[in-house]
Design a protein around this ligand. Structure first.
Ligand SMILES: CC(=O)N[C@H]1[C@@H](OP(=O)(O)OP(=O)(O)OC[C@H]2O[C@@H](n3ccc(=O)[nH]c3=O)[C@H](O)[C@@H]2O)O[C@H](CO)[C@@H](O)[C@@H]1O
Length: 396
């Protein structure tokens, strides 16, 4: 599988995509969606697709690639902690990590040269840096995709060498380094196709929601892939009120499910029957989203892309410490267009109840918000990103 293959006519051999990125769901799922969409597009034209994913062994991407049957390779990564103090720069952890960085660069060059991709897609995370740079050296066009409005560090480091820089929002373009702006394309943030095909009744069956009251709206509470301690605390305090007017599915992360279950068990049985707490929502996520009338959530880029593509009324509680405060930015941006309510700054259970109450009691209000959310969505983001990948490969 080497360079000689390039002399064959394009249709005679499979298209070769090297994907790199991961760490969080936010970086991993858009890459997975791009792979599936590209495979479908090429398949319709009678061409095959070979994919290699380069990520970290401990990241979500390793599991996702394994489930999807995508060959997976790792390269060493390290974190260089900058400091004005030379002694700190020479700390054992930093020196060890510097060696890892150098090793990662050499490994990445070999992986990219051996696979000889038609195009490399980088979706963020430390691992994407050596691989993206190796693409430049090996003559493979690099497409970077940024999910958030603000640029992630890895993507910023790759911006200058990217053949195309795909962004999820127009407002990211002016934030790109000057030389990269002309190569920016607004694609949106790809949403997994199955998210569009949820069926409420399937969520009831999969999660056993038989105690839910069908006459009441359903709230889906989610803290992002890991759950959110802050949101869990707010919802726990608000539960006795919340359950008088709604059913609640609460995704809480691995650490807190038992405490929340105990709390619910102490409620009157007719209220407890309207509450389902679960550490993580797996394949039934599309069905849960379809069931939800209102979503209470962190404002990570992946979640926002899903809520807007579907058109869901939401109350957003941004992660205050997200890089560059990007979650507050995402939430504020939606609130400005009436597409969500953003709870910024100090948030109390009372504040959460006041934000949720009008959406529960007034269906026309949540329909209006859902409509405005959908206007912000980009359900065709995966197709647009695939356009960019194919164009970059063709322009080589
Ligand atoms: C803590 C942190 O660093 N957060 C960042 C991380 O978000 P993080 O990856 O945590 O969150 P996102 O909102 O981007 O994506 C979460 C994804 O996981 C899915 N999901 C979540 C819970 C669940 O039970 N089941 C499930 O399938 C969601 O539907 C979504 O598709 O990357 C995002 C994209 O770069 C950033 O915007 C976030 O600021």
């Amino acid at each position: 599988m080497h360079r000689a293959d390039h002399h064959q006519p394009a249709a005679a051999r499979p298209f070769r995509l090297l994907v790199t990125g991961g760490g969080t769901g936010g970086h991993t799922y858009p890459a997975l969606t791009a792979v599936r969409t590209l495979r479908a597009r090429l398949g319709a034209a009678g061409q095959g697709l070979e994919v290699l994913w380069v990520g970290t062994a401990e990241g979500l991407e390793a599991r996702v690639a394994a489930n999807e049957g995508i060959p997976f390779a790792t390269v060493a990564t390290g974190k260089i902690r900058r400091s004005s103090n030379p002694l700190k720069m020479a700390s054992p952890a930093n020196v060890r990590d510097m060696f890892r960085v150098v090793r990662g660069i050499l490994q990445a060059r070999k992986v990219v040269a051996d696979f000889a991709p038609d195009v490399v897609l980088a979706t963020g995370g430390y691992v994407a840096v050596p691989v993206g740079r190796a693409a430049g050296r090996c003559g493979a066009p690099l497409v970077v995709h940024e999910q958030t409005v603000r640029l992630g560090l890895a993507n910023r480091m790759l911006a200058r060498i990217a053949a195309r820089f795909a962004v999820s929002s127009e407002s990211t373009v002016p934030l790109l380094p000057e030389g990269a702006r002309a190569r920016a394309v607004v694609t949106g943030n790809p949403v997994r196709p199955e998210v569009f095909h949820g069926v409420p009744a399937k969520a009831v069956e999969a999660l056993g929601l038989y105690g839910f009251d069908p006459h009441l709206p359903t709230v889906y509470v989610t803290g992002g892939a890991q759950g959110s301690l802050q949101i869990n605390g707010l919802v726990e305090e608000a539960l006795p009120w919340l359950l008088t007017g709604a059913n609640v599915v609460h995704q809480c992360g691995a650490a807190h499910a038992d405490g929340l279950r105990a709390r619910a068990a102490a409620l009157p049985p007719h209220l407890a029957a309207r509450y389902l707490v679960t550490p993580f929502v797996g394949p039934e996520l599309p069905d849960v989203l379809a069931l939800a009338d209102v979503v209470v959530s962190r404002s990570g880029a992946g979640t926002i892309a899903e809520l807007t593509a579907l058109g869901k009324a939401s109350v957003l509680v941004p992660l205050a410490s997200s890089a560059g405060n990007e979650q507050a930015h995402n939430a504020g941006h939606l609130q400005d267009s009436g597409a969500a309510v953003a709870l910024l700054g100090e948030v109390t259970a009372d504040g959460l109840c006041r934000a949720v109450a009008p959406l529960l009691s007034d269906p026309s209000r949540r329909a209006e918000m859902a409509h405005r959310a959908r206007a912000q969505g980009r359900p065709d983001a995966a197709e647009r990103l695939v356009d960019v990948l194919l164009e970059a490969a063709a322009a080589k």
